[in-house]
Design a protein around this ligand. Structure first.
Ligand code: NAD
Length: 557
């Protein structure tokens, strides 16, 4: 149902500077972040309103986009705009401390929560897939995921290679919106990355934004170059233009065993996100349009083969993990019994961070001026001098991250830290040390905001992987606390039927009222994660709760 209209770079240009186009800074922030999500420097396919992650969109169609923009401009400071799967549906009277926007994306009653039913609704123009930060207007380009990916590879380096990926070969696939962060995250950890990507334009995009070092077309040459780099301990990333299955088959034929192996193709969405290896790219594009069922069938075959090859390489010694795209479930749906024999990245590397309330905290400078981010970087660096990995990240990010759209920064911060940072940013705005308000948010892949049994909540200690009360409570608590906009989504990361998750964004506009809201929201939001993990039995979470005075009521002591 995507309209025939195209993205208009003049009409939809993100406003910058300190002048308002709306009736308050919260509405203005939402307007700028919505348009920033669609900025061609940020979005993967702005003509289709697709931001990242298969078909993760910011608005249902161009008419809905125009209506949202108008709604945000009309919106008073005691009203709330309601967004239903990418389309505005009404403005209701609320009060100044409530969210200005409430968003619900892709929610389906569980029995109907399949891609087939979603596709029908999407065709009728009744639904939109919001992914995570696409439909909740806080995507900041590949940087958003770089630190998470960096942390994952750092944790792997720590666990398996003495703290660095130097001299290791790291194989993966997919250089899309999120997957595009992989080469940089690997080279930041001093390793060699060899990454299969079917679409040449994606590889070129990563070269332009400096996330990737080399584009190669010949598989054998790419493998040779990667091996030579590994041998010399050279830091290098190579995007090889081929199907992931073809690359893995060739590695096995040549008996080249990667040190680490994962995948970030959009396997969560077999129709839009995954290229089958048995037909050419050109044929696949035609088939997808003309016979979606047959396309999906071929994609499933390929995903099954892909996981088989990953399992084989794991047997041969590659440290293999799923990177949150649900490819193991796709292979299992196709009959591969042992698809889950390699772990997901959360239980393997990330859960200990979640237990401390840590997650992908991020912010953007609404002024559009990179100097504002430099000021915030400085503040964060001075605020947490003892946090070595944060200091290392900030230094690397400043050197290596090219901003896309509004200048932004991401830092994994935990309980206590986020509140401190938010209040400090509000002070920067109040005292005029930055030129306009700062907008603060996070990914839905966070400590207390998601139920996703094949990803964030895989293998929970108490078996509560599929319990989705937590993200619902998270959205409610952030609404109660006065976040600027709150969103509740279904299907992000892993596809329809596999996840429920919530997002929140809060604006630091330098006012006292904002300080009170920031304090509440940035304490409660990670606090939900700490409570969720403490309830599941994780000791680190219980310790974090005690340290930060979180009033946990799950057991009588
Ligand atoms: P995207 O749709 O923007 O990019 C996917 C890329 O994979 C495309 O460039 C596509 O050409 C390529 N691709 C598809 N099939 C391929 C194949 N067989 N061989 C080689 N390349 C192939 O998606 P994205 O935003 O990069 O996200 C990728 C996946 O990672 C999604 O499933 C997403 O849900 C998941 N994800 C994981 C995390 C995490 O932290 N682990 C975070 C966000 C997204």
């Amino acid at each position: 149902h995507t309209a025939t209209r195209k993205y208009d770079p003049v009409k939809y240009k993100t406003p910058t500077g300190d002048q308002l186009h709306c009736k308050g800074w919260i509405q203005e922030a939402a307007l700028r972040m919505l348009l920033n999500n669609l900025d061609p420097q940020v979005a993967e396919r702005p003509d289709d309103l697709i931001v990242y992650g298969g078909r993760g969109k910011a608005a249902r169609n161009f008419e809905a986009l125009d209506l949202i923009i108008k709604g945000l401009k009309d919106l008073e400071n005691d009203e709330t705009l309601l967004i239903q799967s990418g389309k505005p549906v009404g403005i209701l009277k609320t009060h100044p401390d409530t969210p200005r926007i409430l968003i619900s994306n892709s929610q389906l009653v569980p029995r109907w929560a399949t891609w087939e039913h979603f596709d029908e609704l999407e065709k009728k123009g009744l639904m939109m897939y919001g992914q995570m930060t696409a439909g909740s207007w806080i995507y900041i380009g590949s940087q958003g995921i770089v630190q998470g990916t960096y942390e994952t590879y750092a944790a792997a380096a720590h666990k398996h290679f003495g703290g660095t990926l130097k001299g290791t070969l790291n194989v993966t696939a997919g250089l899309g919106g999120m997957g595009g962060a992989q080469p940089l995250a690997i080279t930041m950890n001093e390793g060699v990355a060899l990454i299969a990507e079917v679409e040449k334009w994606r590889i070129e995009k990563r070269l332009e934004t400096k996330y990737l070092d080399l584009l190669m077309e010949d598989i054998d040459e790419a493998i040779d170059r990667a091996l030579a780099a590994k041998q010399k301990g050279e830091v290098l990333s190579i995007g090889v233009c081929c199907n992931a299955v073809t690359l893995l088959e060739r590695l096995i034929e040549r008996k080249v065993i990667p040190d680490t192996l994962t995948d970030q193709t959009s396997a969560h969405d077999p129709l839009i996100g995954y290229w089958p290896h048995t037909i050419s790219y050109e044929q696949a594009k035609v088939l997808r349009e003309q016979n979606p069922k047959q396309y999906t069938d071929l994609a499933y075959d390929s995903m099954c083969r892909h996981v088989e090859l990953m399992l084989q390489l794991q047997q041969l010694g590659a440290i293999t993990f799923d990177y949150g795209n649900n490819i193991r479930a796709r292979a299992q749906e196709r009959g591969l019994q042992n698809a889950f024999d390699f772990p997901g990245f959360v239980p393997a590397y990330i859960r200990p961070l979640f237990c401390e309330g840590k997650g992908p905290f991020r912010w953007a400078a609404l002024s559009g001026d990179p100097a504002d981010i430099a000021v915030t970087d400085q503040v964060i660096s001075e605020m947490f001098p003892g946090n070595k990995s944060l200091q290392r990240w900030l230094k690397l990010a400043k050197e290596k991250i090219a901003f896309q759209g509004l200048p932004a920064r991401i830092c994994w911060l935990g309980q206590g830290e986020r509140e401190k940072a938010g209040l400090a940013f509000n002070e920067l705005v109040r005292t005029g040390k930055v030129k306009a308000p700062i907008v603060i948010g996070r990914d839905h892949l966070d400590t207390g905001s998601v139920a996703s049994p094949n990803r964030e909540t895989e293998a929970m200690m108490d078996g509560s992987d599929a319990v989705a009360d937590w993200p619902l409570l998270n959205a409610l608590v952030n609404t109660a606390g006065g976040a600027s906009w709150v969103s509740l989504h279904h299907g992000g990361g892993v596809g329809m039927g596999y996840s429920i998750h919530a997002g929140m964004v809060i604006v630091a506009d330098g006012t006292e009222a904002a300080a009170a809201r920031l304090s509440r929201v940035l304490r409660n939001d990670p606090g939900m994660g700490v409570i969720r993990h403490a309830d599941a039995g994780y000791d680190t979470a219980k310790e974090t709760a005690a340290e930060h005075g979180l009033d946990i009521r799950t057991r009588l002591n």
